[in-house]
Write a protein that binds this ligand. Sequence first.
Ligand code: G6P
Length: 611
Amino acid sequence: MCGIVGYIGPKDAVPILLDGLQRLEYRGYDSAGLAVISKNKLALRRSEGKLHNLIRLVRQAPLPAGVGLGHTRWATHGRPNEDNAHPHTNNKKTLAVVHNGIVENDRVLHLELEAQGFRFQSDTDTEVFAHLIDKYYQGKTPLETAVRRAVSRVKGTFALGVVSRREPGKLVAARRGSPLILGLGQKEYLLASDIPALLPYTREVLFMRDNEMAVLTLKGVKLLNSAGKLVSRKSAHITWDAIQAEKGGYKHFMLKEIYEQPRVVEDTLRGRVQGLGGEVVLGEAEMPEAFLKQVQRVFIVACGTSWHAGLVGKFLLEKLAAIPTEVDFASEFRYRTPLVDKHSLVVLISQSGETADTLAALREARRLKARTLTICNVVGSTMTREAQETLYTHAGPEIGVASTKAFTAQLTALHLLALYLGRRRRVLTAAFAAAHMDRLRQVPRLIEDILKMDGRIEAIAAQVFKNRDFLYLGRGINYPIALEGALKLKEISYIHAEGYPAGEMKHGPIALIDGRMPVVAIANNSSVLEKILNNIEEVKSRNGSVLALATRGNRELRRRADWLIEIPVAEESLSPMITVIPLQLLAYHVAVLRGADVDQPRNLAKSVTVE
Ligand code: G6P
């Protein structure tokens, strides 16, 4: 949600900032802007809409080389127009600010500053930072001191970048609640909201923590605590490389990420099995024996697609580890009274590790003394630092706003967690766990098999893409996949789609069935196949059309379905990792055929770092 990038070094900042913004554009694309300090002058370029508008503007009116900041916006306060685009400046136009987060006491500060003669030029909450910093930036006060005083007045969250004409060789950053990472290059230093923007320049990074500030100069980076005292921290080395964060010949990031799934499952499994018995090891996520003996309940908490992974996780944990499991939306969990205590394991699932509601739920779980474990994809993200245990997914950078490969990686991690808990709690025999693990290792091959059917799925998409409503049905462990299939379609193609447990169809959605609403039925071989076949009959007898996902060789469905996608045989608990793939591809092709912007769907952001 909003992307920030900053550069100080011997090179021209402008192309580096634009490249960084391109890599962060998934965080918001309502407007974009740059600020450059060059020869004691502050120059700004801002434009409404996507980054290409800003790139065009900079081409027409080039900016000088210098130290700079960039921003790509996902609007929270104020319409997405040019006036509200970052960077924002003080009235004298001597300093510029970029911000990701929300100022909660915006009104109070706004009125106070206005009464003191500061004039507001935008409807954003960010502008209070520019005026507050200006107010405290008097005499010989260094910029970092003024920023420190300003942020101490602000309630809310921020990742902040500030440059000033008075101190042209300096970039100041501050963080509370929103992610900010410092890149340590060869005599050049960067700041960014997320790792992909840093990768072309360096893989040595410092993750800023809440209430810290940083001062970047040509001599290096100083990290300061809220009292302004130096903090020393070892840099972290990022193993992702810049190529992974590029499209690599695919038309869209989403398609590339769908195709990466066989590798992602393999990478998430790598190193997790020990010995001939196939014992699962969780490494940094191992839990103390005493806790494992006493754990009574698991709460899975997440948002969006990660929440769908959590719903599958409930089936796995209850089946393989025999632990009662509840699944909550993070935004609900944090505001109800969950019966969480020291015998509870709270599992936070998050691709980014920065989603505001999931992070708040993690903090609430800790306050209630639960053990917390995050299943997360981003090394060093806030959740990985605050949860007691982290089980990393190894999906690599996910750029497409609609999550695909992170989801299959999360399902893989949930299998590992369920097997681990099942064995440690002595619910599973070693032989059963080893056999399950063997089947899990086959999943990448099964996904490859489905990817070969991409052409067939595209052809089906061409027949259905003009419909305005879709119903997705699934049962049991594939009900969450019906939800995920519907979510993918609505996110990127703006078609109304609903996911439903097939058994509930008769309690409402059946009233909607007619020839204009295709029903996508997940009807793979499973313990509930007979039941779903009945549901398909009910749709057909009401003139509905059915797109069925069926296990290869199902003659009945070949006869009954209007369109059929045949998937390979897979054990029921593993089937969600298989059934989700054609649904991702279907959503992708429908969106492309409708001319939608697949990687940057309207109104969405990949990382929702505000509540
Ligand atoms: C946003 C993204 C989704 C994602 C969700 C949770 O809504 O568009 O793709 O599933 O946030 O994000 P997280 O990073 O916590 O998994």
